[in-house]
Design a binder for this molecule. Structure first.
Ligand SMILES: Cc1cc2nc3c(=O)[nH]c(=O)nc-3n(C[C@H](O)[C@H](O)[C@H](O)COP(=O)(O)O)c2cc1C
Length: 226
């Protein structure tokens, strides 16, 4: 590791007119507004190359001390997807049977979700997102990572955005608990699974919960001090 400061020229921001800047911001907002979590997937294939490019986009995310404390395990193998589905459904059965607690289950009811997760087998790709809690050197000694949940959250958001921009449907799925992902995907103990991103195309008959379409307005999610 080289700890010296070695400056290089910063990339130039695109020069846009004020009108172009508004148009770009608006176009991005409109594009993102059409993203919805999908739970009814078709088995239509998605090429590995597209997944790789979207992960490259996620990998450009900012991170604490630039440690990039993430790993994206991408699964298309049917028998591994089946293994993940079976393990996830086992956890989810306990979760929906009461482990979640009344308040959580009540909050989930408008989404219409249950312990059945067929999409884990039907969708062409599952991307398991792992957060590297600390680094392990070649000699086995631990190195600190910083702001790990924040960094991984940003990278995952960028991944969801990139996948959506590529015309793909996604679901952010968090089977609870999901430690089984380390075992099935052979990831080391210093990595914590954070999310399972289901990727593919929505089924022609896919439905979404109306509740998910209602988003807080600007004045509820922001304040401006000028
Ligand atoms: C951290 C996180 C965990 C989530 N876990 C699940 C999940 O386990 N199962 C599920 O069906 N949806 C899950 N979701 C999706 C949310 O239910 C969904 O984002 C929310 O209802 C808003 O809908 P939208 O994504 O269509 O805007 C999760 C979302 C996030 C951000």
């Amino acid at each position: 590791m080289d700890y010296r400061y070695d400056p290089v020229p910063a990339p130039k921001s695109e020069e846009l007119s004020e009108a172009e800047r508004h148009a770009r911001a608006e176009a991005y907002f409109v594009a993102m507004q059409s993203r919805r979590s999908i739970r009814d997937f078709s088995d239509r294939p998605v090429s590995r190359k597209v997944i790789e490019t979207c992960i490259r986009a996620a990998g450009t995310a900012p991170s604490g001390a630039n440690h990039q404390p993430w790993h994206f395990a991408c699964v298309a193998n049917p028998s591994i997807k089946r293994e993940i589905r079976l393990a996830a459904e086992e956890e989810e059965r306990a979760f929906y049977a009461g482990k979640a607690g009344d308040e959580w289950l009540q909050d989930l009811s408008p989404l219409g979700t249950d312990a059945q997760k067929p999409f884990l087998e039907i969708a062409p790709w599952l991307i398991a997102v792992f957060a590297e809690r600390y680094r392990l050197d070649d000699d086995g000694s631990r190195q600190k990572n910083y702001y790990v949940p924040e960094s991984v959250g940003i990278a995952t958001g960028m991944l969801l955005s990139a996948l959506h921009q590529a015309g793909l449907a996604t679901l952010t799925h968090t089977p609870n608990p999901m430690k089984f992902l380390n075992r099935i995907l052979s990831r080391p103990g210093n990595e914590r699974p954070t999310m399972l991103i289901v990727v593919g195309h929505a089924d022609d008959q896919a439905m979404i919960p109306r509740a998910a379409t209602i988003k807080k307005p600007l004045d509820h999610i922001s304040s401006f001090i000028e």
